[in-house]
Ligand binder design. Sequence first.
Ligand code: TTP
Ligand code: MG
Length: 363
Amino acid sequence: MRHIIHADLDAFYAAVEQLDNPDLVGKPILVGGRPENRGVVATASYEAREFGVHSAMPMRTAVHRCPQGIIVPPRFSRYKEKSGEVMSIFRDLTDLVEPLSMDEAYLDITDVVEAGEKPLAVALDLKRRIFEKTGLIVSVGVGTCKTIAKIGSDLDKPDGLVVVQPGDEEAFLAPLAVNKLWGIGPKTAERLHRENIETIGQLADQPLEWFASMFGKRAESVRDKSLGRDVEAVHVHGVSKSISSETTFTNDIGDEAELRDVVERKAVRVAHSLERNGLKGRTVKLKLRLADFTTFTRQFTLPYHTSDEEPIKEAAWSLLVAELEPGRTFRLLGVGMANFGDDSELETPHIQQLPLFFNEDTH
Ligand code: TTP
Ligand code: MG
């Protein structure tokens, strides 16, 4: 049996703003663009949601509904940073983390539970650690499949915690609205409504042939979900397979010392970002764009996984040195790391040295 957590931060952007500016705590916050610029609400604090404000609403409407709302422009790099901190705490618990967006992820905690921990204790501990280390509040759902975990995390927001015991899946889902199921969008919900199906329980009660005629190829998967027994695995690296940092220069650069400086700064950023995400990589990538817009990458595979600055700097610089020619200038430079993993996966670490250079010209 599997045990899966779905964790989703509460009012993420707004919570970060309140964290960084205590004056905003307890107040209705509208993160997004200005109403006079046709701005849209990215998210609203729970204080503002009481006035009927929600994500994706025009800011003009939001201000109308909640005139005392404080408009805060979004700071994406700060949200990314906090997201990295949170993901890294998830990865302290298990390697099997599948981020779905900046503020949510599935975690497969089967091994932790099989080692003797109770799912409830694991979830409480995770919520506590996220709060203590990042100041953010996460809502958590726990169950034996992704469907249950995902629906659970949303059911008791904010500061939610829903644990569905093995065997209770069907009964847990039965009274809930069908549109809570992943894959049932407004159009499908409308079709189901016409068949007098409003709840997940009513959906689950339908005969197999009915599912086939209604959902075609998806029939089995939708039926499994409606019964709370989907078998979808938590996919590691669901979002990113590489981490990189690149810059387009205002003026093309050809000077060796200047280029070295840029490469080193990019390498440091990549190292920090790996660190924050709890990742180590083996393949260092260098992306270059020439004055004529020719773009290409070079890559070098290290003999071990790392998140250290030095080997990334060194590998990226050696790749760049090979591309330096008198008179050649660059308009973009990026350093990245891919091929994530851990050295315990390698049977004979430090033995293979694989300098893989190749061209991927993309004009
Ligand atoms: P969500 O998790 O959907 O929303 P949330 O974290 O703000 O609130 P909660 O989970 O408590 O319901 O999205 C995470 C962030 O993504 C959100 O803070 C802002 C951003 N976002 C947008 O920019 N536009 C959108 O339409 C949505 C839904 C989210
Ligand atoms: Mg959220």
